[in-house]
Design a protein around this ligand. Sequence first.
Ligand code: HEM
Length: 137
Amino acid sequence: MQIDERTLQTFGDSLGRCNGNPAFIERFYEIFLASSPKVKEKFARTDFVRQRAALRASLDHMLLAAKDPKANPQQYLHDLSERHSSRQLNIGAELYDLWLDSLLATVKEFDPQNSPDVQEAWEKVMMAGISYLLSRY
Ligand code: HEM
């Protein structure tokens, strides 16, 4: 899927504003873990200091993968897809719905310029990456 330049720009700007607040990723995990006992269980043994840094980096990878569909998302998302697949963490599609909803709710709280456009940009860019991960499940 090709994502237009304006959407990528809107997403990148919003990500920058959200990352400007150090509590952004922490709040995301708070919302995500509360979204279902299934999610909480998956993260039962997680070191969240490490996990928060990993997620922050992976949001950049999601943007790179969406920017460059011709170069194929694999170079950015291969390890992530393997880790979340049925062969390892076994993260099914229904959990990605909760992931995306939690992320959008966090952006709404943290981006002072949140708007329907901003929400749509996050959804489009994240869905490009999520589709790739699910295709490798
Ligand atoms: C596109 C969406 C997602 C992204 C970008 C993402 C990102 C990441 C990253 C970067 C890691 C660390 C990988 C490593 O270096 O070990 C990770 C691990 C993990 N993710 Fe995801 N994730 C996503 C969706 C999900 C979903 C939907 C779940 C469902 C519960 C989930 C559960 C986990 C778990 C359990 C770990 C391992 C934590 C640990 O090491 O204890 N992820 N994820």
